[in-house]
Structures are given as structure tokens and as C-alpha cells.
Ligand binder design. Structure first.
Ligand code: PGA
Length: 221
């Protein structure tokens, strides 16, 4: 990677992000590439477990995920909140309630992410802690498909707040005010300790950390 006299960068940026981060990372890549038009990008999107495997295989320059594994020696930088909220269709019986004790979710038809998903693990931990068992009606490996299934009335689910637009704004989807939610997750930029970051990677990380400060999501109050 070489920097030319104007300070623009060349080369290839390889990054792996979890499925929840694909809602904002491409935009930040877009603004970065406007400043550095000679940069090529390989963006890999998958769930937590698959990303950790890529990290172990040293397949990318860096990663964005919410729960950095503690058994790998990593450099981690937190940079953006990723709250997980309970969502339902607007006609769901719970949609009118002002506060919902978590125990009220017992037996509710629920749409769950696939094994290996970090979202799934965070949700399961909260349900286990409160001894709540939902009725998992469907398992799905896609936040988008979960959202459409919730809107279609197949059940409730838990999704990253960042996944909800535009359906939430259009009123098709509601956030249920369930106690113990939102689950307060956050994203981290992560790479293996000792990995030498390229000038290009350093430049993108600076861009990411700066630009993400102004990213805003509607919390629903
Ligand atoms: P995932 O994302 O559910 O796609 O694994 C989890 C995360 O935000 O780290």
C-alpha cells in the first residue's frame, strides 16, 4: 500500500463484519472510497461464529462484531452502541402494552436466529437469566427475513435496533417495552494482537471511529 502526494491511499481492504453491522458499514466504506478512489474492498458478512473462524484463519485485515471472544488474544476498540430490542407486528396483542414484564413472553411464538449467531446467544442469556422459555416457532439466519416474518405475524423476535428501518418508521413493526430490554450490546473493531495493520487499514479505522460518532438510530423513546 502506498500513499501518494495528496495523501490518498491505494490497495485492498479486507474486512469481516457480523450481520447486524452490514446496515452501516457499507455507507462508511462509501464515504471512505470517495476520498480514496483507488481502494478495493472485500467485505465479508456472516454471523459471529463464522467470523471468529475467519479471524483464527487470519483471512481479513480486521473485524466488526459485538462480543469479542475472550479466549483469543485480541485488540478490541468499542465504537458504537448496538442495542437489541424486542419487536412485534403492530397488530400483536402485546403491541398496546406500556410496560411488559419479561415473564409475559413465556410461551410466546418466537423467531430465533441460527446457532452461531451472537444475537441469538445474547437473547438466550437474557431468557435463561429470567427463566423465560419462549416458543421458538422458526429459526432463521437472516435479520431481514426475521423482520419480514415478524411483520407477517409469525411471532415476535429480538433484533438489533440498526436492522429496523424503514419498517419501524413506517409503523409496520413495533418495539415492545419489555423489561430487561434493550440488551445493551456494542460493536467493536477487532484484530488479532500482534497483527501489523497496513496504512490503509489504519486510515479506514480512523474514518470509521470518527464517522460512526454521528450515526444515529431511532430508539423509539
Ligand atoms: P450475529 O451478530 O447475530 O450476526 O452473529 C452478532 C453481533 O452483533 O456481534
Amino acid at each position: 500500500v502506498v500513499a501518494d502526494l495528496q495523501g490518498t491511499k491505494r490497495g485492498k481492504l479486507r474486512l469481516g463484519v457480523v450481520t447486524t453491522a452490514k446496515y452501516f458499514v457499507p455507507r462508511l466504506l462509501g464515504s471512505f472510497c470517495q476520498q480514496h478512489p483507488d481502494v478495493d474492498i472485500a467485505l465479508h458478512v456472516s454471523n459471529h461464529q463464522k467470523l471468529v473462524q475467519r479471524m483464527l484463519n487470519n483471512q481479513d485485515d480486521f473485524y466488526i462484531l459485538s462480543h469479542p471472544p475472550e479466549d483469543i488474544d485480541l485488540v478490541t476498540t468499542p465504537f458504537l452502541e448496538n442495542p437489541l430490542v424486542v419487536v412485534a407486528s403492530r397488530d400483536h396483542p402485546l403491541a398496546e402494552e406500556e410496560t411488559i414484564p419479561i415473564k409475559k413472553l413465556r410461551g410466546e411464538a418466537f423467531i430465533m436466529r441460527e446457532p452461531g449467531s451472537g444475537t441469538r446467544r445474547a437473547v438466550q442469556q437474557v431468557f435463561d437469566r429470567h427463566k423465560v422459555q419462549v416458543n421458538v416457532r422458526m429459526e432463521l439466519g437472516s435479520n431481514e427475513a426475521i423482520k419480514q416474518s415478524v411483520i407477517g405475524g409469525l411471532g415476535i423476535s429480538v433484533l438489533s435496533l440498526h436492522c429496523l428501518r424503514p419498517d419501524y418508521q413506517q409503523g409496520e413493526l413495533v418495539i415492545l417495552p419489555v423489561k430487561a430490554f434493550p440488551i445493551p450490546c456494542r460493536w467493536y473493531v477487532v484484530h488479532r494482537s500482534g497483527k501489523q495493520l497496513s496504512v490503509l487499514t489504519e486510515a479506514f479505522l480512523e474514518h470509521l471511529l470518527f464517522e460512526s460518532q454521528s450515526l444515529w438510530v431511532e430508539t423509539g423513546g
